[in-house]
Structures are given as C-alpha cells and as structure tokens.
Design a protein around this ligand. Sequence first.
Ligand SMILES: [Ca+2]
Ligand SMILES: [Ca+2]
Ligand SMILES: [Ca+2]
Ligand SMILES: [Ca+2]
Length: 379
Amino acid sequence: MWVSLQAAVAVVILASICHGAEGDWPVWRHDAALTGRTALQGELRDEPAVAWSYSLTGMQGLLVMDPQKAGEASTATCDAPLGAGYLNDTARSWGVRPFVYELAAGKTLVLSESATRRVGKIHPDLPEPQQVTFTDAKERSRLTLTAWDTPDGSPRVVWSSPPGKAATERWNICFGDVDGDGIDEIVVAGHLGVMVYDPRDGKLKTECRYGHRSRGLIAVADIDGDGADEFLNVALFQIAVEVCDYADGKLRVLWGDKIELDIFAHPRMILTPFDALCDIDGDGKHEAIYNIYNDHGDEQWHLVIRDALTGDVRWDIPKTVLNDSVDLDGDGRRELVGIHTEGRFCQGFGPAFIAHLKPGGLDELWSRDAAKWPYRRVR
Ligand SMILES: [Ca+2]
Ligand SMILES: [Ca+2]
Ligand SMILES: [Ca+2]
Ligand SMILES: [Ca+2]
C-alpha cells in the first residue's frame, strides 16, 4: 500500500478534530478489521502522488563474496526477492525447503511453517507430507498431527492431543531426539516451560517447567555429544535463557539465566540470530548466541556468545548485533554476519560486517557503512 505521508497525517489530524463522535475512531486504522478507512468526506482533486515508500515484506538477499579478495576489494551484493513467486522458484537454491507436495489424485499441497506449525517427517512410520500444529484456543487448544496419506489426497488427523496446562500462550515447536531412542520428539516451548511429545501418538513424554514464559526461540542439538539432543530456549517476553538436558527419564536445566522476568519495565531487549545454537567459532563445541540490549545498563546492544554446555560467557561484544553465522566461503568455519550499533536502534544501515571471532572480539573480514542485512527469515 502506497500512501502520501503528508496526506495521511493531515487526514488523521483533521478527523480527530472535526469528527469526534463516539465510535468513529474506535481503534487505530479506524476499525477492528484495520481497514484504514475513514468516514470523512474526501476532497481530492488531483491523482495522489507517491511521496515515499518502504517495503514491509520479508526479504532475504543473495550475498556474493569473492574469498580471493580482501577488504574493500571484496564484492557483496544483495538482491531483494522480486515477485510473489520468488521464494517458491528459488527456495531450493537457498536451502529453504519449499514444502510443495504432489499428492494422490493429482493434487498439489503447499504448506508453510510458523511458530505454531511445523512441516516434515514427524511421525516416523508415516510418509510425508505431515504437519504438526498448535491451535491456541484456551481450553480447546490442541497439538495436532495431520497427514495426507489418504487415497484421494485429503488430510487426515493422525492424533490430536491436549497440550497440558500450557494452553493459552503462543508456542514454538521444533523436533529433536531428546531421549536418544532414535526417534525425534516434538519439543514445544509453552507458557511455563518446555514439553516433549511422542510424535507417534501425541502423548506427553516429559516436560521441564521453569516457571516463566518460555516463548521465543527453541533450538535442539546434541551439545554434550551423548547421542541425544539437548535444547536451548531463549525467552523473548520474559527474558530468560536456558539449556535443558534429558536424563533418567526427566528433563533438567543444565544452566539458565532469568535475565528479566518483570514484563512491566523492560529496560532490556533480546534478539536471537537465525542460528542461535551452533559451533560458531569452529572449535567443535556448541555455543548459545543472542543479542541483548542494556543488560549492563549501558543502553547498548551486545552480542553474547556462551558455552552451550556450561553457560560460561565466552564473548560479550558491545555495540554489535549478529544476524546470522554461516560458512560463506565453504571452508568449514562460520563467518559472522552482523551490524554495529549505537544505542537502541539495531535494524538500520551499517556499519555491516562479516567477521570471524578472535579472543575478545571480532576479526572483521569485510565491512560497509551504508549496508544492512535482512533480519527475518522468509518462510
Ligand atoms: Ca527420541
Ligand atoms: Ca546430548
Ligand atoms: Ca564452538
Ligand atoms: Ca568460512
């Protein structure tokens, strides 16, 4: 939607002054459907002109690096996706699974993922496509597994499970073999902890309740190398970080920090990079990675990298936000892709950097002042 800012502001001010009858402006953007329409009589005589525009869509760029060139001579270009079909057309080259399935009876199924919906081979004995969803409807909330294995390609509910006590919050879902039996469980971050469900019948296998809202990011990896997955939970609302392990039939918190549970003041903020649980420095061990604002009371963002097994802080780099870490040049070592910040604002232009870690900070391989990285993964 393109609008003239001046015209929009003028209309809003005029409406608030001249059209104050009760019910005319019940919410911002006019009504509950956010149609943005006003009941005011218009008086446009000329065709509106676009004063400026800013894309609000998700964006994922293509980064091209020449590893033979260093510093300013390096090239980095970022091509914004163009057209509605861009992602489906190019998803495989990005490593993003398109979730397009050819079903029985000539049907085509297109699935997408979100914080409450995951797609893949979830039930080990059923074919893909499968989808696990959480419907957030208070007492009617359910975790549900759906398969499309019917002769006519129609969806079939394999199981639908009560989600337990954590029924009224936004959830995050991922898969991991938490108990090491060779089958991935469904790991769900809920209201007051994390629950682990059996993908075959939807039964709750175990849970870890740590007494605060865990919604945010959840990621699994075999951190201690014992063949079973641990998981990292970074809670974004009530701010907390935990790593949980499964032992003797129970989940236990390996380490955790309740950074800020008071949701009314919130002097801090926390953001996670795309891959928040990985071996970012190439030493063979996993790190837990997040960006946090004002944790030291300095009103600056810090990139914090912790030993995932112990929670020890290995790097705390001020005025820095990490977007992602990826192996750009294919040498097996991740490069850090991020931006330097000043104050609270962290999603603007530059200085953007590509770097390795070195003791105490970053070894920058490339930087550019007037550059930014797309922040959200496109799904
Ligand atoms: Ca398992
Ligand atoms: Ca493990
Ligand atoms: Ca490491
Ligand atoms: Ca590399």
